[in-house]
Design a protein around this ligand. Structure first.
Ligand code: CA
Length: 240
């Protein structure tokens, strides 16, 4: 790789060591990038630079919380955001994901891990799959195809018999491929409420959905579990 990536990535991080690590990794892999260390500067870049295709955002910034940056950005843009979190508590990551972040990395993270997440996020942008995509009537991801109009999911061409709830979950995940969806988000979208008491049933529905998909394509782990946080549909080529 190198030299051929046209993406412009904004790196928002006040810790110089982490910022340099990220910047070097991007540079070596041929990604154009800009660096800022404050939330205010980040929002200025994002408003004045509409060609930014991805934001790598530290949550603990000197002037404002990273979550506020996401909330503000989502007012006008669906540019993917990968959050960097130094804190161990899941609550920060969950708040960031609920605010509209696409993915997260917990420090310390490996450069390879970062680059893999960057590729996934940029693929989302390239496919224009950020946000709703009402015009797409067929979904394809490795062995999985979904005919949204007919309401049928297939694995390797064979219909998978899903309950209405399992199908709803699958559609939600597929329409947000590459993005980590929090439990809260899924409950709100599928159940219409975000009660913590619904969480056990979400887990059960997800387990049976996954079992049905994988029964027809063993080893095709298209749905990732993020313990304590939520779920993500990965592209087949990213799940290897
Ligand atoms: Ca920081």
């Amino acid at each position: 790789m190198g030299g051929s990536n046209e993406a412009l990535i904004l790196v928002v991080e006040d810790d110089p060591a982490v910022r340099n690590l990220v910047a070097t990794a991007l540079e070596v892999n041929g990604y154009e990038h800009k660096e800022v260390s404050h939330a205010t500067a980040a929002l200025l870049e994002l408003t004045s630079c509409p060609n930014i295709s991805l934001v790598i955002l530290d949550l603990g910034l000197p002037d404002r919380d990273g979550v506020e940056v996401i909330e503000t950005l989502r007012g006008w843009s669906q540019t993917p955001v990968i959050v960097l979190s130094a804190r161990q508590e899941d609550t920060d990551k969950i708040a960031a994901l609920d605010a509209g972040a696409d993915d997260y990395l917990t420090k310390p993270f490996s450069v390879n891990e970062l680059l893999a997440r960057v590729r996934v996020a940029l693929r989302r942008t390239a496919q224009g799959s950020t946000g709703a995509q009402p015009c797409v009537s067929t979904y394809e991801n490795g062995p999985l195809t979904i005919d949204y109009e007919a309401g049928i999911a297939r694995i390797q061409g064979e219909e998978v018999h899903l309950t209405p709830m399992e199908y709803k979950l699958l559609v939600l995940l597929s329409r947000n491929t590459g993005k980590v969806l929090t439990h809260n988000y899924i409950l709100k979208e599928v159940w219409g409420s975000a009660l913590a008491s619904d969480l056990p049933s979400l887990r059960v529905f997800m387990a049976t959905l996954r079992k049905k998909l994988e029964a027809k394509a063993p080893g095709a782990a298209l749905i990732q579990t993020h313990v304590g946080i939520g779920y993500r549909m990965v592209r087949a080529e990213d799940s290897l």
